[in-house]
Design a protein around this ligand. Structure first.
Ligand code: ADP
Ligand code: MG
Length: 339
């Protein structure tokens, strides 16, 4: 069926703390489509497995019922198809098609933002499918309520089913993913080598995969065994780059872990002290440790203004003088990010 990738299955999805809830919800949906959670809404940063999970549900549905009409598409494709249908005077066919599916999987719905006509059309499709008990799975790069340019009524409907975050994988999960992918590729990856890569590549699963592919390729071409020496050699530029610069990603993860909050909280609009203070600390660290501009930093914290970053830096500077807690936190974070 168009759009559905057979290679993204539950079998080759590695479970970890960071994706446990999302995986459990996806499994539920695969078992009870249309009734467990509808819609299932997965959100989180890039390369964390949202697309994989949504395909896994689709593939499971089709394995159960081979003639099930499971449609996967990216939200940009939905918009483009709709525009085309309007131009061709075929909007009724468009509607009929989308309303006839057993399951509709729409990826990266952040691209619906500010597309009013598409939102309108999607809203109607959405309602029709819900009423018909047809399953919907949606993904987004952030918490739906925080998506600017999306109608309130849509945001509120997205919450009618279940909304789950996919978090960046922690070290153990990164190791498990690497071992799993190496195994699938038929490569012997010693645990300490997996550990070495996982400790250094921390941003997301896609990057991990990319690094592993390079290591495997160089093992293949040189005939050398996959060990730490080979890894250092084949990922030289990546590792050097990383040593030189602390990434925004890295800062956000480290700060979130330190304060025991979610990375998504740092991007969120929440203003409670328990979230706002860590966010300000993270912004200040970003200013101090990276070459990113204030607007870029603001952007990476859920699309905030550069003045917010500036304010955060001032606030934290002041607090480091007046509060021993913040002083201590800042020192610890600085140390763990730079050593
Ligand atoms: P997202 O849609 O969140 O940006 P993807 O689903 O495209 O991320 O995942 C990026 C890559 O990482 C894909 O190749 C996917 O198969 C892989 N991946 C992500 N999470 C896992 C996991 N838990 N186990 C195995 N592979 C994963
Ligand atoms: Mg995706």
């Amino acid at each position: 069926q168009p759009g559905l990738l057979g290679s993204y299955t539950f079998d080759n999805f590695v479970e970890g703390k960071s994706n446990q809830l999302a995986l459990a919800a996806a499994r539920q949906v695969a078992e009870n489509p249309g009734s467990a959670y509808n819609p299932l809404f997965l959100y989180g940063g890039v390369g964390l497995g949202k697309t994989h999970l949504m395909h896994a549900v689709g593939n499971a549905l089709r394995a159960d019922k081979p003639d099930a009409k499971v449609v996967y598409l990216h939200s940009e494709r939905f918009v483009a198809d709709m525009v085309k249908a309007l131009q061709l005077n075929a909007i009724n066919e468009f509607k009929r098609f989308y309303r006839s599916v057993d399951a509709l999987l729409i990826d990266d719905i952040q691209f619906f933002a500010k597309k009013d006509r598409s939102q309108e059309e999607f809203f109607h499709t959405f309602n029709a499918l819900l009423e018909g008990g047809q399953q919907m799975i949606l993904t987004c790069d952030r918490y739906p309520k925080e998506l600017d340019g999306l109608e309130e009524r849509l945001k509120s409907r997205f919450g009618w089913g279940l909304t789950v975050a996919v978090e960046p994988p922690e070290l153990e999960t990164r190791v498990a993913i690497l071992m799993n992918k190496a195994n699938q590729a038929g490569i012997e990856l010693p645990p300490e080598a997996a550990f070495f890569i996982a400790q250094r590549i921390r941003s997301n699963v896609r990057e991990l995969e990319g690094a592993l592919k390079r290591v495997i390729a160089s093992a293949h071409f040189t005939g050398k065994p996959v060990d730490i020496e080979l890894i250092k050699e084949s990922l030289k530029d990546l590792l050097a780059l990383q040593d030189k610069q602390v990434s925004l990603d890295n800062i956000q993860r480290t700060v979130a872990e330190y304060y025991k909050i979610k990375v998504a909280d740092l991007m969120s609009r929440r203003r409670s002290r328990s979230v706002a203070r860590p966010r300000q600390v993270a912004m200040t660290l970003a200013k101090e440790l990276t070459n990113h501009s204030l607007p870029e930093i603001g952007d990476s914290f859920g699309g905030r203004d550069h003045t917010t970053v500036l304010h955060a830096c001032r606030k934290i500077k002041e607090l480091r003088e007046t509060s021993s807690d913040i002083r201590e936190d800042y020192k610890n974070l600085l140390r763990s990010l730079t050593t």
